[in-house]
Design a protein around this ligand. Sequence first.
Ligand SMILES: [Zn+2]
Length: 309
Amino acid sequence: MLRVVVLGAAAGGGVPQWNCGCPVCAKARADHPELQSSQASIAVSNDSEHWFLVNASPDLRQQLIQTPQLHPRSGHLRHSPIAGVILTNGEIDAVAGLLSMREGSPFTIYAHGRVLAILKSNSIFNVLGEKNVRRQPIDVDKAFEPALPDGAPSGIDILPFEVPGKGAWYLEGKAHPAGTEGAGDTLGLRIADRSSGKYFYFIAACARVTDELRSRLAGAPLVFFDGTVWRDDELIVAGLGDKTGQGMGHIAMAGDHGAIESLAGLDIGQKMFLHINNSNPALLRDSNERETAELAGWQIPADGTEITL
Ligand SMILES: [Zn+2]
């Protein structure tokens, strides 16, 4: 049985974002605390004993406190059920949480060479000493099976694949520590339980849906998909910034070639948006945008939502 816990569904900054007074953030701070959401990450297990995180958000410490599945087992002075962290990109909202895992417990970081190069070039990540924290490169289109702490195979099969996207924001206009452009800056994952064959997709960043991606996702029991913005120019129209969704490497939910339209009619069991920016009106439960998304079969999961496959 594959268990998936949504640790957070928000994009960088979370909901509310520390410096934001947009309608969603203002409501989340005041009379609608149910709108609060931490930054996107999920935890996966197929034995309910060992868990793997997909990305380590800056909210990880808070997420671990509010997720009993990830608490240390009783009777142990030092313990964590977290056996590994799989990184799908090098953005701050995907890697900063690693710094909250620095107290000497062993685990393995699985990431593409381009993301590992970013970690290596930032000496602050050296607090995760290689004696305890192994860094295991993963390759595009090459399935891997993360290991349990004793080295035994986990029985979870993970296939990373490239999706249209961008390198990390903070590297824009700068030399990438891994050198010239190459695939691997933005990955989607197909995560499967080897014994049952059950699987789901995790795609928290994606600039557009290609025909190849549509065929890949057709018939999937569960898909987590990039829900950063409702419309491409949302931040500009709201006066919150000067970047479009596309400019940040994120597809819009709505509109021609948006995620809702592009992933319609694919017989996907459950569709969940992840990495939702606080500017996105679909976060408001009584909004027309939320209704449109839900009528198209999409859900916006609350922190702590658990799905079993
Ligand atoms: Zn806001």
